[in-house]
Ligand binder design. Structure first.
Ligand SMILES: Cc1ncc(COP(=O)(O)O)c(C=O)c1O
Length: 397
């Protein structure tokens, strides 16, 4: 009797990701960008999926209470949830006092720049990278040191990784901080333990603070890859790290505005908390409710989403790589495909794809004009429609 029930449940769950949800006129940044135009939005990194029903239910219960005064920051519930999530997913045993709630992770990147004491201090940023990594350095009047990603083929699979020789060469006595991204956006790399150890060793040698943005850590698509929080490597790594995480990408709750920093060092944490108090608003209580529910009750939903995203990725990779002039690189994590379009010889890839009816993120924003980034966290039928539009447009070149 149990088997058919489980099967039915699985089928029902899969349908959640296939569901057609009209996001037009819902104040969706992703969809509003192309209001009134027939362009499928595949740019900003939020998914089109309805979040886990357990999260919706928790929010409904919280809203029904009807009182929305200040709450403890962070709530006991969210602290417990984060602590057990990190233990069960990564074997990372953290102390709850290490958690510093944030209204967004970009603000965590920005405050990390201010942890270096002096204007003009050097901050290492991978190139290519999610654009705010660069502008937080500029906005805080630090000196941006861009270190290239290089294509590593040693494992037999092409992977974009930070070029460690270039990293070490770029460091000067003024260099104080590495803004690191793992899994990497836009290349989807999940760094191995060995790679992380090498990165940490350089940071230790030159006494760099590390801000490790791990917002995509719960979106590892490859079964044989595992996310390792950099701060878990050893005591020194822990004591020079600010790790940034959130449920926002994985559970599509980014609009609620919540992330957190994990800072094991008392000294670093006290300093960071002063910056948070001076510059950040309190955390939205509903965002904390959602994060608590995601980490406590969302695991089955997350795994099913991973399965769905993996199939979307494999489908997209096969289709894109069959098009002459386009090359999608393998991605180990995230729902963001990094695609080389230099072979198409386009004047402006963003405009070309918009005119084709597909709204991508232009690679120039991440530091490489030869690429586009395509968000495939949408129902399969929409992805198929987008692929069809791309093929049709390219056939006219
Ligand atoms: C690596 C990375 N960090 C941070 C963010 C944004 O986080 P938040 O919305 O919490 O500022 C994103 C969003 O795409 C991201 O990819």
């Amino acid at each position: 009797m149990h088997t058919p029930l489980v099967l039915n449940d699985t089928i029902l769950r899969m349908n959640i990701f296939d569901k057609v949800i009209d996001r037009k006129n819902t104040s969706s940044e992703k969809w509003d960008k192309y209001k009134g135009r027939d362009i499928i939005p595949m740019w900003v990194a939020d998914s089109d999926f309805e979040t886990a029903p357990e999260i919706v239910e928790a929010l409904q219960q919280r809203v029904v209470q009807g009182v929305f005064g200040y709450s403890e920051q962070p709530t006991t519930g969210v602290q417990d949830a984060i602590q057990s999530h990190l233990k069960s997913q990564y074997g990372w045993q953290i102390d709850k006092s290490w958690i510093v709630p944030l209204p967004s992770l970009v603000s965590g990147l920005s405050l990390s720049c201010l942890m270096t004491d002096t204007e003009g201090d050097g901050v290492v940023v991978p190139q290519t990278i999610y654009p705010p990594f660069k502008y937080v350095v500029d906005n805080n009047k630090r000196q941006k040191i861009e270190v290239p990603m290089r294509l590593d083929t040693s494992s037999g699979v092409e992977r974009w990784v930070l070029d460690l020789d270039a990293f070490e060469k770029a460091i000067t006595p003024q260099t104080k901080l590495l803004l690191f991204c793992n899994p990497h956006n836009p290349a989807g790399t999940v760094y191995t333990k060995e790679e992380l150890e090498k990165i940490h060793n350089i940071c230790k040698r030159y006494d760099l603070l590390i801000c490790s943005d791990e917002i995509h850590c719960d979106l590892v698509l490859d079964d044989n890859k595992k996310h390792i929080p950099l701060a878990m490597l050893n005591d020194d790594a822990a004591n020079r790290s600010i790790t940034l995480m959130a449920a926002s990408k994985t559970f599509n709750v980014a609009g609620l505005g919540f992330g957190f920093a994990i800072i094991p060092s008392d000294t670093l944490r006290d300093k960071f908390k002063v910056l948070v108090r001076q510059r950040m608003p309190d955390i939205n209580i509903l965002a904390q409710t959602a994060t608590e529910a995601a980490f406590k009750h969302g695991e089955n939903w997350r795994l099913e989403q991973i399965e769905y995203l993996r199939e979307n990725r494999d489908y997209l990779m096969q289709e894109i790589n069959a098009i002459e002039g386009m090359k999608m690189y393998p991605l180990e994590a995230t729902f963001l495909a990094w695609i080389d379009v230099s072979g198409l010889d386009l004047d402006d890839p963003e405009i070309f794809f918009e005119e084709a009816g597909v709204g991508i993120s232009a690679g120039k924003y991440f530091g490489d004009n030869d690429f586009i980034r395509l968000n495939f966290a949408c129902r399969r039928s929409l992805l198929e429609e987008a692929v069809g539009r791309i093929k049709k447009a390219i056939a006219t070149l």
